[in-house]
Design a protein around this ligand. Sequence first.
Ligand SMILES: [Zn+2]
Length: 274
Amino acid sequence: MPELPEVQTVVDGLVATVFGKTITSVQIKNSARIYPSQYRFRKLLIGARFVSFRRRGKNILIDLSNGHTLWVHLKMTGHFYYLPEKDLTGKHDHVVLGLENDSYNLRFNDYRRFGYLKIYPTSEIFSQKGLAQLGPEPLEMSANEFAQIYKTRRRMIKPALLDQSMIVGVGNIYADESLWMARLHPERMTDSISNAKLAELHGHIQTILNKAISNMGTSVDSFAGVNAKPGGYQKYLVAYGREGEPCQRCDKPIRRMKIGSRSAHFCSFCQRAR
Ligand SMILES: [Zn+2]
């Protein structure tokens, strides 16, 4: 699933390609997961101009010139592609937006079909369920704020990092990578971790997310940017997806375990459970 760096890569790609452009046509397939109705959705988009693109956690918020915001969640396999109009659309292109004076169009493509596009008045967007209860952005908070959030709740650290009401944007990949860097076992209870260690973990999260953003995200599955090109961070992964490969610190094999329904990748030698 796209995490903060992948979603930021998509937002940056949209800014670079369609910022300021006006939507002239909207094709919606019945397979599209949209809100409100097809009729209203089309009516709210046609003639509207893209005025800003924002990321909030793993959500994309596209403000339109008519006082509405298009809220997109990519979920597992959602993509935006900016491609020549003459290139035929595929069966997974659920929404296709034609643009004024542009021989390219913008497609929302999603073969697993968990992703969605919803339109609300901009003034009401942050009161919607799914946006209202989001925690702070890890790149915009202090180490102290981060430590306070995890200190005051007793949870295993790995699922706590994935909980979007605690902090946003971190998913399975970047949680595993950050815990490896901080030498923290994924099952360590949050209230047993010192403030200094939590601050260190926050620093690793920031460093890793920023490096992944500058590498246009991680493509271990289908992730690709708006230009349909994959990201480049996968070559830096040290824990996620490295089961059986030697740990880069101690040479012992990276292990994988289930915590809840999710896999955690870690080194049982340098990330001790205690
Ligand atoms: Zn190790």
